[in-house]
Design a protein around this ligand. Sequence first.
Ligand code: F6P
Length: 505
Amino acid sequence: MFAADPERARHFTIPIGDLVVDLSKNPWDDDIRRALVRLAESADVAGAWRRMRSGEAINLTEGRAVGHTWLRTPRTESTMVDGVDVVADANDLLDRMLEFVDDVHAGRVVAADGSRFTDIVNVGIGGSDLGPRLAYEALRAHRVEGVRAHFVSNVDPANAADVLGSLDPRRTLVVIASKTFTTDETMANARLIREWLPADGDRQICAVTTDTDRAIEFGVAPDRCFPFREWVGGRYSIGSSVGLVLALTIGSHAFREFLAGQRTIDEHVDSAPPNENGPLLLALLGIWNAVAGGVTSKAVVPYSYDLRSLPAFLQQLDMESNGKSVHRDGSPVSVATAPIVWGAAGTDAQHAFFQLLHQGTPKVAVDFVGFAVGHDEPRSQHETLVANLIAQSRALAFGRPESATERLPAAAHRRFPGNRPNTVVLAPRLTPSTLGQIIALYEHVVFFQGWLWDINSFDQFGVELGKEMATEVRSELEGRPSSTSDSSTRMLTEWCRAHRSSSGG
Ligand code: F6P
């Protein structure tokens, strides 16, 4: 296809805000793109987008609106939902949170002994962890001086022990981030960290939640509660008060730039015609690769050490949103929905799983994400990084025939088949704004794919059964056998019990 159209890269590259998205190394042409856009039009994706933006309860199973785009909408665009201007409300909550951030930075909010906070510990899991963690790492070059963030998500006490071991409890501000304020892992870690804080350390705890009553009941001071609303899904919540830890480490100005970056992509979707709508085209391409190419797996490879948590973030965003097997009306889905999303930062990834990407049999699409300019010296090393990104994309697409290496031993083993679908997303630099753009881009890809598959992207009932069973298994581990258990669970719990007693645990 490249040979047939010397302008192919231009024809299949979309500018979106500050980003450039090169879709040319995917197996589609103009006819396919037109057919896919017609498919999108017949599914009324534009109507779906409007319905989401206007506050219709498109999260049918939970009867909720889906409002993460309001978190970055200016007050002038008021949106009434059930008699409340949700945009004004989101702006009020943001202003209050950023006032607190400014107070911390100005030394108006200090530790009990009057010292400034040096460390923030974010206690949260899933959407209350992955977004802030990604953004904190990503914006390393934009952090304010003198304050570092740490993340405690896992119920394994090793996580808290590892993080707290090097911190001074008198200089640490703790942010308990939980939409529900009921999540087992987060509440266990919150209790553990409360014990670790000094006895007079209650005002060192902030809560980020939709349920401030629960947070206050837990012991968080009302003026340290930073609410967000039910209409913000956990995995879409980084622009809400879930971003408190980020705002505390990059400052309120940079946090607003991050939101403005997200807003750039919302505006792009608001105004772009379907055949120029970047998130929609990416969504359609993902569906095309799955349907026509049998691709069920997507590797995300950021060529940026600072963006190393992007694969984990997109894993939740995509797989928790669209890993569904029933349509919105409850009938079974007959096609593959969300791909398995995985990945790691390049160039490390090249030395781990790229062998399979180039020569393996599973069909994987790859998203490369990178930046023209880096923050660190030496510049030449960043050039090497970018060269690797572009070269890997090229090698996957064009491959190398056996004939090119026929004089070498094992020529067949040196063949690169090529035609491996991949997309390149580039931004000039990694800044609060471009990070916001990248996150919003993927949020909307997931939205459009979910709509096209006619599934509800905004619930996550699939996480519940295991959680419920964990309560029952826990009792078995404590020696209370369950009549509803199975032989494997019994064997495993008994084995653990036996090992615990033999090791005195
Ligand atoms: O994994 C299930 C889930 O509900 C996610 O959707 C959510 O991001 C995470 O748990 C944490 O939930 P919460 O913010 O309520 O603690």
